[in-house]
Every structure is written in structure tokens, then in C-alpha cells.
Write a new protein. Structure first.
Length: 299
């Protein structure tokens, strides 16, 4: 074997070992374990951190939003139309999928609220579930699957022609359907540069990634992974976190790189929070959980 060929072969082997090590490297910080921070809820959902790192989450069946502060204290924020999925907008207002009346709410830190979306083309939404705010223009993408609620006083059947993904444009007036071909869209998250959107079709056990056009519409739909998700988040490396049975982590190529078990019947959602955004907070069944990570979340 020639010397140059030998060197090339050794470099190739070394690169393969490095790639494998990187792929198998855990997201979890060395020595860290998933810890239950609080319990006794009915069903936790919708975690999202504010600019300081305080985490807001919902006990959806009991119509309560709670706050886990950066100094480790639990407090109640209030009741806001049976909030489910939540996200902060650029002005620091908390947006919620409030499915008591199938609406999107904007909530101030003083507890006041405004209904941003009450219906589409004269009909109630099915039940807004999760949402994400475009970081550059403030447009709001949200999923509208159908899950019958025993507290509804309206017609419990599906109100729209299908289960869609919607965009409330930056003017906060124009509401558009941007994805109509999914079976049951649920979890949703976008990239910090505002160029890509991930949507989990939990009804079909798949997650897709789209390009976001300048006008807010979606294009270039691609299968990201063959797994659905109840909720989703993203870290500063572009890894995507899917929930259901624990938390499953995929790199931007759609390759699974980690699995975080959670001792709960169902993991609904996750977000990054804390002072340094290096703690993954997990809402699962009756509890709020957390684990330190080697990566950071995206504010």
C-alpha cells in the first residue's frame, strides 16, 4: 500500500469514528438526570420560557397556567380559557391556544388578554393546540387538530373541513391555511432564522419540515422523521425534540441522536429555560420535569 493511500485510509477511519462519536453523544449534561420538579397536576402542557428563563406551563384540564421561576419556585399565573400550547411573542406577551372556545389569545403580564383568533371563515376552529411565532416578522403559525373536550358547550364535531396548520399574518388580522394535507397536526416549531418550520403529524406518526417563503406560505415539504409528536422544541444546534414516550432528539438531518426517558405515562411537551437556557423542562402527565443539558435553547 502506498504511503498516501495509507494516510487517506487512516484519515477516513478517524473521521468515521469522530462522526459516530458525535452522533452518539448525549444531549444530557454529564452526570445529570431527569428530575421531577413539581407534581399533583391533572395534565401538564405548553411549556415556554420568557426572556429571563422563567418557564410558564399549563395544567390544561384545570384551566391553570403556572410559572416555574429561575430561582426554583412554583407560582400560579392565572386561568386563560383552558390554555394548551403557548409561546411568547416579540413584545413579551404570552400567546395561548385557548381551547375552551377554540381561540388564540394574547395575554399580558398583568393578566389582561385579547382574543386574536376566534374563528375561520365564520366557523369555530377545531381546537388550536400548539403554536410558534416567527422571530423576524411576528407571524403566528398554529396547529388545529380535533380532540373532543368534555367541557365544550358548542357542537362537539369538527368545525373545519379538515385538520390544518394556520398562519395568522403579522398584521394580526389575516388568517390563512398553510398546510391542509396532514392527518392530525400537533407539535410545531420553527428555526431561529425563520426559514424552516417543523410540524408533527401525530395522527400519521410522521414529522415534516417546510421552507418558509417570504410571504409566510410553506413550500418544499419533506419528511423529517417517521415519528409524530405531541409537542416540539429546538436547541441552538438545530436539534429537534419530539415528545410522546419520553423525549426523542433528532439532529437537523432527521437522524435520532438521543432518547430521554421520563417516568410518566405520557410526555406532552418540552422547552428550554433557566438563567442560561441549558435546562430542558418537560411537561409529562401530572408533573413538571427538568434535566440539565450540554446544549442551549433558543430564546
Amino acid at each position: 500500500m502506498k504511503k498516501t493511500t495509507l494516510i487517506f485510509s487512516l484519515l477516513l477511519i478517524a473521521s468515521l469514528f469522530v462522526a459516530k462519536a458525535q452522533k452518539n453523544q448525549s444531549i444530557i449534561a454529564t452526570g445529570a438526570k431527569v428530575e421531577k420538579l413539581a407534581g399533583g397536576f391533572s395534565f401538564t402542557e405548553g411549556p415556554i420560557a420568557d426572556k429571563k428563563g422563567n418557564v410558564y406551563f399549563t395544567d390544561q384540564p384545570n384551566d391553570k397556567i403556572f410559572i416555574w421561576s429561575i430561582d426554583g419556585k412554583l407560582s400560579e399565573f392565572g386561568s386563560f380559557g383552558r390554555a394548551n400550547g403557548m409561546f411568547f411573542d416579540r413584545d413579551g406577551r404570552l400567546l395561548s391556544c385557548s381551547d375552551l372556545d377554540n381561540e388564540i389569545w394574547s395575554i399580558g403580564m398583568d393578566g389582561s388578554h385579547t382574543v386574536l383568533v376566534a374563528n375561520f371563515e365564520g366557523n369555530k376552529l377545531n381546537g388550536p393546540n400548539d403554536l410558534w411565532v416567527h422571530p423576524q416578522n411576528g407571524g403566528i403559525y398554529f396547529t388545529d387538530p380535533m380532540y373532543k373536550r368534555d367541557y365544550w358547550t358548542r357542537n362537539p364535531e369538527m368545525q373545519q373541513e379538515g385538520q390544518f396548520v394556520f398562519l395568522l399574518k403579522p398584521d394580526r388580522k389575516t388568517l390563512l391555511k398553510v398546510e391542509t394535507d396532514l392527518k392530525q397536526p400537533n407539535g410545531i416549531i420553527g428555526t431561529p432564522d425563520g426559514k424552516k418550520l417543523y410540524v408533527a403529524d401525530i395522527g400519521d406518526r410522521k414529522t415534516y419540515v417546510y421552507d418558509i417563503r417570504p410571504d409566510g406560505s410553506l413550500s418544499n415539504k419533506q419528511l423529517f422523521c417517521s415519528m409524530g409528536s405531541d409537542g416540539m422544541t429546538i436547541d441552538n444546534k438545530g436539534n429537534i425534540y419530539l415528545t410522546g414516550r419520553g423525549v426523542t432528539v433528532f439532529n437537523p438531518k432527521g437522524e435520532q441522536i438521543d432518547q430521554i426517558p421520563v417516568e410518566a405515562r405520557w410526555t406532552a411537551n418540552a422547552c428550554f429555560g433557566g438563567k442560561d437556557m441549558k435546562t430542558l423542562f418537560i411537561t409529562a402527565s401530572d408533573g413538571l420535569y427538568a434535566v440539565r443539558t450540554q446544549v442551549k435553547g433558543v430564546k
